[in-house]
Design a protein around this ligand. Structure first.
Ligand code: PLP
Length: 374
């Protein structure tokens, strides 16, 4: 937070990591303990993840992509299987499916940027084993529609909640539909630089995950499957403990910032603001607007003008995830028409919404957008 408010001429960043004094102390104490690898602090981290989600189990791993890969592996998803996912996501979602040996298929998104429950049926074949929705920008996908559908079809669910720490579906936090994964990468709502966790209520899946992350060992040198080394470090887990303690405050601040932007940016022609559908509360990982063809300038011009005004923005993501040669030509990527995702990729722009913004930062962001578009 240091100096963000004072440096009025500095660029307002799109994300900001704050390491407080208590965190420095905790990291130092882990360093001094000489026990750097997975141990008691990772257990503490997992307890925080259980508390955040209400899940029975949380299994910490080295990053969010590994979390997705192990989730699929623990569910037995592999060659010959298909996984339905969204075309509007980070490459990690798709890479995890491909590396499992399964084939990725897609259902388009709705205008809330998450997978369309009305579109998943068309992506289904008799090989479909799992549904992988993404809670993009922190907004939960419509799980009240998707979960009953998946159960009826006998599909497992892997929620990609990398961006959605503490997001809510009705009165329950995301992370317990079936198996869910979170990322603690440097830009996420809670960050350890690199880090991930899988949450689930399923005892067998959790048991499998703990074995898989540790070379397939149930006990020392008792190998039961060919596993991997996907463990988190104690010294890394220590970075998150203080953030979990401040989580509710940080989350409320993100919501307040989103509310401010919603009011300050209302009524600008061609600017579509993000909304939370009834019963779904966003973690506001990003505040993502759409700049449509009705706007005074296009998305990329707005982004360039905002940068000149000292406001950093982000484009997540500039293309549908399958729209790259390496995926278009991949034998295990089955592309279907996703016109909404492809259009949104040309229209989306994320504005800073993180908890380190000051009131004057927020006013500068809103004024700069108005100056260009209104
Ligand atoms: C960040 C992210 C991931 C991957 O997480 P890493 O920790 O960077 O491996 C997966 N899916 C989505 C949607 C993400 O935003």
């Amino acid at each position: 937070m240091l100096g963000l408010q004072d440096r009025t001429q500095a660029v307002i960043p799109i994300s900001h990591v704050e390491v407080d004094a208590a965190t420095e102390e905790l990291v130092l104490s882990v360093l001094r303990s000489g026990r750097l690898a997975q141990g008691p602090v990772v257990e503490q981290f997992e307890a925080c993840c259980r508390e955040m989600t209400g899940a029975r189990h949380a299994v910490a791993v080295n990053n969010g992509t590994t979390a997705l890969e192990l989730a699929l592996e623990a569910l037995g998803v592999g060659p010959g299987d298909e996984v339905v996912t969204t075309p509007f996501t980070f490459a990690a979602t798709l890479n995890a499916i491909i590396h499992s040996g399964a084939t990725a298929t897609f259902a388009d998104v709705t205008d809330d940027f998450t997978i369309d429950p009305a579109g998943v049926e068309a992506a289904l074949t008799d090989r479909t084993r799992a549904l992988m929705p993404v809670h993009l920008y922190g907004l939960p996908a419509d799980m009240d529609a998707l979960t009953p559908w998946a159960r009826r079809r006998g599909l497992r669910i892997v929620e990609d909640a990398a961006q959605a720490h503490g997001a809510m579906i009705g009165s329950r936090p995301v992370g317990t539909e079936d198996v869910a994964t979170f990322s603690f990468y440097a830009t996420k709502n809670i960050s350890t630089g690199e880090g991930g966790v899988i949450t689930t209520d399923d005892d067998e899946v959790a048991d499998q995950l703990r074995i898989l992350r540790n070379q397939g060992m149930r006990a020392r040198y008792e190998y039961v499957v060919p596993g991997r080394n996907a463990r988190m470090l104690d010294v890394i887990a220590a970075l998150a403990i203080g953030q979990f303690a401040r989580r509710t405050v940080m989350q409320t601040t993100r919501c307040t910032h989103a509310e401010f932007l919603g009011e300050a940016l209302a009524g600008i022609g061609g600017l579509v603001l993000p909304a939370e559908p009834p019963g779904r509360a966003s973690a506001w990982h990003q505040y993502t607007v759409r700049v449509t063809s009705d706007a005074r300038v296009d998305r990329d011009t707005l982004a360039a003008e905002l940068m000149k005004a000292g406001v950093a923005t982000g484009v997540y993501y500039p293309r549908a995830v399958y729209d790259y040669d390496c995926y278009r030509s991949h034998p295990r990527v089955r592309i279907s028409d996703c016109p909404r995702a492809e259009r949104f990729a040309t229209e989306v722009l994320s504005l800073p919404v993180h908890p380190a913004l000051s009131q004057s930062d927020l006013e500068r962001i809103a004024a700069a957008v108005r100056r260009v578009l209104a």
